[in-house]
Unconditional design. Structure first.
Length: 352
């Protein structure tokens, strides 16, 4: 299961104005300075529907412990990442620690990693006690690049069918900015889970649908992103352009030019209108709020949203309008070195 910034809303930014949001399908790890790391937050949502009164649901409460293991991925070939003693890197979470943050650090750039989750209903790792699937429903692929974009995605653990169709969701693989250390073992650390802010009210899908642009060939958004790490800013320009519009979708071409990169980077990918914004379940509605960005002042129908996974230490906000989609995104968090990071992505121009 391949999975900007939001999205929690899950890393990393709102398309429809922000390419980062739609990187849910291919997460990236930000790379700065000396440490690339992947931080996994496990938040359980019970799933499944009972069809037999004598058969209990498989939910988060059914899990005795959860084992996370990280692999390097080449094509579909998985190679376990090893520690200094040549043992596979794993993290074992008891049920009471499912909401904790797990950090896999000292990772290499330009490398794709796969994080697998194994849920057991009893101590140990006996196969007969495994209650999660081993298919794409229980892993996420994360690509470590060399840019500086923080990102959030989702790690799901699909529980096996009993007499119902059940699934528990472990929400929020958060990728923190860093770089990499070419020597030394991969490290694993754990910190207590943070409390969600639960700001505003749940977002409604109908409102997001109203904000969808009428996609047409040549439609273009230009954004300026300023990322400030420990008081030091870097600037990037992102241009998104729509082409090849049909009733089934369109092609989105993105060109990114960073102040610290020698050449622009251009990518193209197929898109659909339904995938332009993240689902409403990943957002909190904070109401109408005017906002001023480089493109001008937006008021009236501009709505401010918060990421549903916001905590006091990791906060993302989005301003979306019916005349331009995403006009502003802000993200504040601490990186692996406990430095303050502030990201501001604002609309420079919109050409409908």
């Amino acid at each position: 299961m391949k999975n900007l910034i939001i999205p929690a809303l899950a890393g990393t930014l709102f398309l429809g104005g922000c390419a980062e949001l739609l990187r849910n399908t291919t997460p990236t790890v930000s790379v700065l300075e000396n440490k690339a790391s992947i931080v996994v937050r496990t938040q359980v949502l019970p799933g499944g529907v009972r069809t037999a009164a004598t058969t209990p649901n498989l939910t988060a409460a059914s899990i005795n412990h959860l084992v996370l293991q990280i692999f390097e991925l080449a094509g579909q070939v998985e190679t376990p990442v090893l520690d200094a003693n040549n043992q596979p890197i794993t993290q074992d979470l008891t049920n009471s620690r499912l909401g904790s943050l797990i950090t896999f650090g000292n990772l290499k750039p330009q490398t794709t990693y796969r994080i697998r989750a194994y849920a057991y209903n009893a101590p140990g790792t006996d196969a007969q006690n495994l209650i999660s699937t081993t298919d794409s429903g229980s892993y996420v692929d994360v690509e470590v690049l060399t840019d500086d974009r923080p990102m959030v995605t989702t790690l799901k653990v699909k529980l096996i069918d009993v007499d119902f169709n059940g699934q528990g969701t472990f929400q929020g693989v958060t990728v923190t900015p860093g770089g990499y250390r070419p020597t030394g073992p991969v490290t694993v650390s754990i910190v207590p889970a943070e409390v969600l802010l639960n700001e505003g009210s749940p977002a409604e899908q109908g409102m997001l649908d109203i904000y969808l642009p009428f996609f047409a060939d040549g439609m273009k958004w230009t954004y300026q992103t300023v990322t400030t790490v420990a008081g030091v800013p870097t600037t990037e320009t992102l241009v998104q352009e729509v082409s090849g519009v049909t009733q089934d979708g369109f092609t989105l071409t993105e060109t990114s030019t960073a102040s610290n990169a020698p050449e622009p980077q251009t990518t193209s990918k197929p898109m659909t209108a339904s995938g332009w914004f993240p689902p409403a379940s990943e957002l909190r509605d904070l109401g109408y709020e005017s906002v001023t960005v480089l493109a001008g002042t937006y008021a009236g129908d501009t709505t401010k949203f918060a990421a549903a996974g916001n905590t006091s230490q990791n906060k993302r906000y989005y301003w979306i309008t019916g005349n331009g989609g995403l006009v502003l995104m802000t993200h504040e968090f601490k990186n692996a070195e406990n430095q303050d990071v502030v990201v501001r992505q604002e609309l420079v121009s919109f050409e409908p």
